[in-house]
Design a protein around this ligand. Structure first.
Ligand SMILES: *[C@@H]1O[C@H](CO)[C@@H](O)[C@H](O)[C@H]1NC(C)=O
Ligand SMILES: *[C@@H]1O[C@H](CO)[C@@H](O)[C@H](O)[C@H]1NC(C)=O
Ligand SMILES: *[C@@H]1O[C@H](CO)[C@@H](O)[C@H](O)[C@H]1NC(C)=O
Ligand SMILES: *[C@@H]1O[C@H](CO)[C@@H](O)[C@H](O)[C@H]1NC(C)=O
Ligand SMILES: *[C@@H]1O[C@H](CO)[C@@H](O)[C@H](O)[C@H]1NC(C)=O
Ligand SMILES: *[C@@H]1O[C@H](CO)[C@@H](O)[C@H](O)[C@H]1NC(C)=O
Length: 293
């Protein structure tokens, strides 16, 4: 009995070490960690959260081709990554060239957002139409030395099918990295990255997780997932960059109140603080409810 208790104590000590290792406070600045910036007309002051001193954040995208001036002039300079969101007549190439002429350090661009789905942010494009648009409105940027990110499909299985068809239709196009999105549990995230690595091994072995969160979970599950995921993404060499979703307040969130970086008053949640390499005593509340500390 005594021996068993000692063994149990040892197992608990190991478990504590493992939990401590899953610490989201990674490098600062962190070349991988960025922001998926959802501009808020209602709460423009919230933007200040993302450009504080000593922030690990190094880059952002805003689903568009033009930089967000609201994120400029602070202590932290974030590199802008333009995106052509959907299949429409656009000025994407001209916008990217203009930004470069103005001195923006544009090294990467992103292709279509969730083209495999309609609604919920999906741009709903057929693989053939996306390939045609890609060839005229994205591919020419490679000649400027800009790295091209493939379309970012949703986390659905149909997303993989869509991307396979797209790569077949865009067979003379070039891709430097493949973005992906994930809102499920940690095992699901790891196996999704594994699936992309295997399925798209001929296209690229560099991945960007441009939207990730564990949606509609309680606070302990969300925080545990966050810590595990940040640690995993910081270590995994095939993940070049990532962005937790998102900059929205908890009471304007489509992924539940507990996964957001901001509470309903625009203060940092614990997750928001950890994402910025701050400790939890620098957060305004544990989760999205401002009264819950
Ligand atoms: C531009 O951004 C890249 C990261 O993508 C960085 O390596 C490079 O140093 C930056 N260049 C300038 C001039 O800031
Ligand atoms: C990858 O390319 C190799 C060599 O060209 C080819 O044999 C293989 O079938 C391709 N794999 C996939 C998944 O397309
Ligand atoms: C948010 O977390 C709280 C506390 O853990 C929980 O009671 C609530 O159900 C969660 N909300 C959602 C939508 O999961
Ligand atoms: C997550 O990481 C933070 C910061 O290191 C730590 O304070 C917290 O206890 C961790 N939470 C869990 C559930 O691992
Ligand atoms: C979110 O919370 C803020 C602060 O409590 C409030 O002013 C705003 O109306 C709320 N928005 C929604 C959509 O509930
Ligand atoms: C949290 O960070 C602040 C600012 O760096 C520091 O003053 C404080 O001691 C830290 N608190 C804990 C509990 O680590």
């Amino acid at each position: 009995m005594k021996i068993q208790l000692q063994a149990l104590g040892f197992i608990l000590a190991i478990a504590t070490l493992v939990a401590a290792a899953a610490n989201p406070i990674g490098p600062n600045p962190n070349p991988k960690r960025g922001l998926v910036y959802c501009p808020s007309k209602l709460y423009p002051n919230d933007d200040q959260n993302w450009i504080q001193p000593e922030s690990p954040l190094t880059w952002y995208y805003n689903y568009g081709g033009k930089p967000s001036t609201a994120l400029e002039g602070g202590a932290t300079e974030l590199q802008f990554v333009p995106m052509l969101w959907g299949n429409y007549k656009n000025t994407f190439i001209a916008d990217v060239k203009n930004a470069i002429a103005q001195g923006y350090n544009i090294t990467h661009v992103l292709g279509f957002n969730e083209p495999d789905i309609k609604g919920n942010g999906g741009s709903n494009i057929t693989p053939d139409a996306a390939a045609a648009r890609w060839k005229t409105d994205i591919q020419p940027l490679a000649e400027l030395g800009i790295k091209l990110g493939a379309p970012a499909v949703s986390g659905a299985q149909a997303g993989v099918t869509w991307l396979k068809s797209f790569f077949a239709a865009c067979n003379d196009c070039t891709f430097d990295f493949i973005p992906l999105h994930w809102y499920g549990n940690f095992d699901g995230l790891a196996s999704r990255i594994g699936q992309f690595t295997k399925t798209f091994r001929n296209q690229s072995q560099s991945f960007w997780l441009t939207e990730v969160a564990y949606s509609h979970q309680n606070v302990p599950a969300t925080q545990k997932y966050f810590n595990l995921t940040m640690d995993y993404l910081d270590r995994l060499p095939t993940i070049e960059r990532y962005t937790w979703y998102g900059t929205i307040r908890s009471n304007h969130s489509s992924i539940g109140p507990n996964a957001t970086l901001l509470n309903e008053e625009g203060g940092l949640t614990y997750i928001g603080a950890w994402y910025l390499n701050k400790n939890q005593s620098q957060a305004a509340s544990v989760a999205g409810d401002p009264t819950e500390h």
